[in-house]
Design a protein around this ligand. Sequence first.
Ligand code: FES
Length: 244
Amino acid sequence: MANTTTEGPLTLRRDAWWVAPLLTVIVLTAFGIYATWRALEGRYYEVGPYLSPFYSPLILVDWWKFSPAILILWAPLGFRVTCYYYRKAYYRSFFWSPPACAVRGLKSRQGKYTGETRFPYILQNVHRYFFYAATVVLAFLWYDAFKAFFFEDGFGVGVGSIVLLVNAALLTMYSVSCHSCRHLVGGKLDIFSSCPTRYRLWRWVSALNEHHMFWAWISLFGVALADLYVRLVATGTIIDVRLI
Ligand code: FES
């Protein structure tokens, strides 16, 4: 990739700085297309004791004629879109603003950087409320994971049971490592010694928070693969293997 423009060098960096933004565009675009298709498909989301995470909690009401996923996906979607890590990722990769450290961003944005203090970026501040909404959805995903161990003939373990359980665990790690969660457990405290329990929680969440990027990506793949698994079983493309 050329590192110069008519206005001078784009950057003096000689490493492959463009790889990360390029991969981000590819993965987020692929996920966006897949998730939109699945959310609008409105079928093959339930089979046996398994429910796709894209459709959980399953809300079936007479007055809603479209896919039930649309009623629920705004919460996890809003949570991801306003996530501090994803903001960095898509500002860099999609907005090129700037694309990497020590690489010049789009000229039109230079000189009038206002951060996230103006519309529409100021709306990113609702992230904490999406955190609360996504936590409610997460509770349903744990319920679905629990239910996935109960088949028509009683308790059992299928590959799908493990898939849904791992998905709930990964999403939990993503939520618990969230900056808003960290603020919730340790924020607005002047003296940690006065609240040792919150201090311990804050240290634990802070340790996870350091790896928030990892949990963001792994949980994104996890939720897409969990949905894909349910769809493949529901369509008869693959057979769910019973382990117990
Ligand atoms: S900062 Fe990423 S989910 Fe909250």
